[in-house]
Design a protein around this ligand. Sequence first.
Ligand SMILES: Cc1cc2nc3c(=O)[nH]c(=O)nc-3n(C[C@H](O)[C@H](O)[C@H](O)COP(=O)(O)O)c2cc1C
Length: 185
Amino acid sequence: MKILAINGSPNVNSVNGTLLDVAAKQLGDAAVVDRVNLATLGAPLYSTDIEKATGAPEPIRALAARIEAADAVIIGSPEHNGLPTATLKNAIDWLSRVEPGKKWLEKPLVLLSTSPGAGGGATQLGTLAGLAPWWGADLVASVSIGSFFDAVDADERVLTKSEDVDRLSAALASLIERSNARLAS
Ligand SMILES: Cc1cc2nc3c(=O)[nH]c(=O)nc-3n(C[C@H](O)[C@H](O)[C@H](O)COP(=O)(O)O)c2cc1C
């Protein structure tokens, strides 16, 4: 099972990146996790002018190919002013314009979010989850983890609260189950 874990943060040093590490650790041998950090992808801000002149940029075409090669996708991304980050939105806009990226969210998808505050980015997670079916996504679960610095042992890459471990485990187990069903069909 190959899972592509996409960090939608604009920051290389990212608590959502740490949360993706936690998820990869919880997955253990159940999956090989390929990682993408959109902060370093090198994609310009989406523009029809750029698209008409040169088509989708190479980093976006490469990302679309990595999504195509994956059996499932996890997006871990922070909230900015109640919304998904501009970084993630930009990638979604570009990917909606290229094949096979256009079909990227048809892969089984888990959405994750964390923040230092208690909200854990749940507002933007709700926005993404609400839109995912419109993109044709096979959204399996979404999990937000509030109060990152209490909820995550960043050194060990583990969640500190058993209820959070259970929520993330359930989401990841559903992702594996849905991906296996898709592969078998
Ligand atoms: C412009 C800006 C807006 C933010 N808005 C929110 C917000 O609406 N909700 C929230 O929980 N955190 C908010 N934060 C705090 C972020 O959760 C935090 O800075 C961060 O992006 C954590 O994710 P990262 O380390 O993975 O980048 C905001 C931060 C910035 C810089």
